[in-house]
Design a protein around this ligand. Structure first.
Ligand SMILES: O=c1[nH]c(=O)c2[nH]c(=O)[nH]c2[nH]1
Length: 302
């Protein structure tokens, strides 16, 4: 039989990870007649001493992805789901500390919010944002990056855009009262990084952070979406001591005034064409002074 335990060619295995993606878990907590829902989409990704399974096919170090899926459901029962962050931390700690070959666990969670309607057990899905978290643990240090996506916001005034650089291709008219709209994708990194430190209250932190972001969006008299983005980030850094870094990816959802002159009508900043593409894409990181940027530049990778 051929010995295929190691390639004799100089072909080297690079970064690798594995796990079960998108485990959909719904946990109902019954507090008498009042019920609570946690609705998560949990992706587990493990890495470590996994050369042999790639080189020779030995599965000795491989905890099956099926087991990682089962662990998600069992932990929902055994530990409950206090917050996405807390749940992710439990899972990451379990995989790294219970299997020697597993050195790093990355748990990504999307959370879908539900709102009680009438009575204690009827819910409607909240149509706003999707909450996100990513937990990474290497046996020593924790990295918790939380955030949200698909939060659409609009200001119907207090936005201008003028005084920009112009060349022979510039046709954009200067705007002194425009609509400013975006679909916020944001991530923030917590400075909690080891078990000795007290953990933030993850649920309160999320609600307050979102509130600061929305208030900054609403209250900034905007001369550009870039300026608004910086205000949103700095409001969070100034008010939430548990957060050191914020990154936003903000598509500028353009609203163009429609030319109604052909119909003999004056458009007094009332009728707009909401374009879906192309869109300006404004992205930046806002950091506490002295902190290192660690959130990836491309948020689609997080
Ligand atoms: O807020 C804006 N920032 C830009 O960089 C830009 N560019 C553009 O065409 N419109 C806008 N709006």
């Amino acid at each position: 039989m051929a010995d295929n335990s190691r390639p004799t060619r100089p072909v080297i295995l690079g970064q690798n990870q594995y796990g079960k993606a998108e485990n959909r878990v719904v946990k109902i907590t019954r507090d008498g007649a009042t019920h609570h829902i946690k609705d998560l989409n949990v992706s587990v990704s493990l890495s470590g001493d996994m050369d042999e399974v790639h080189y020779s096919g030995s599965n000795a170090h491989v905890l099956p992805t099926d087991t990682t899926k089962n662990t998600v459901y069992a932990f929902a029962k055994e530990h409950g789901i206090e917050s996405a962050e807390q749940f992710g931390i439990h899972l990451a700690r379990h995989f790294v500390t219970s299997q020697e070959p597993i050195r790093t666990a990355r748990i990504r969670i999307e959370e879908y919010a539900w709102e009680r309607t009438t009575g204690g057990h009827s819910f409607v899905r909240k149509g706003q944002e999707t909450r996100l978290t990513q937990i990474t643990y290497d046996g020593r240090n924790w990295e918790v990056v939380s955030g949200l996506k698909d939060l659409t916001v609009l200001n119907s005034t207090d936005s201008e855009f003028w005084g920009y650089a112009k060349d022979k291709y510039t046709t954009l008219p200067e705007a002194h009262d425009r609509i400013l709209a975006t679909e916020v994708s944001g991530r923030w990194r917590f400075n909690w990084s080891d078990d000795a430190q007290e953990m933030p209250d993850w649920e309160t932190s999320y609600e307050r952070t979102k509130q600061h972001m929305l208030q900054a969006f609403a209250e900034t008299y905007s001369l550009s979406l870039q300026q608004t983005l910086y205000q949103m980030g700095s409001r969070i850094i100034d008010n939430r001591e548990e957060i050191d870094e914020v990154r936003f990816s903000l598509p500028n959802k353009h609203h163009f005034l429609v030319d109604l002159a052909p119909f003999g009508l004056k458009n007094d900043n009332e009728v707009y064409f909401a374009a879906d593409r192309p869109y300006g894409l404004i992205e930046a990181t806002v950091l506490r002074d002295g902190c290192e940027p660690r959130i990836p530049v491309d948020l689609t990778n997080l």
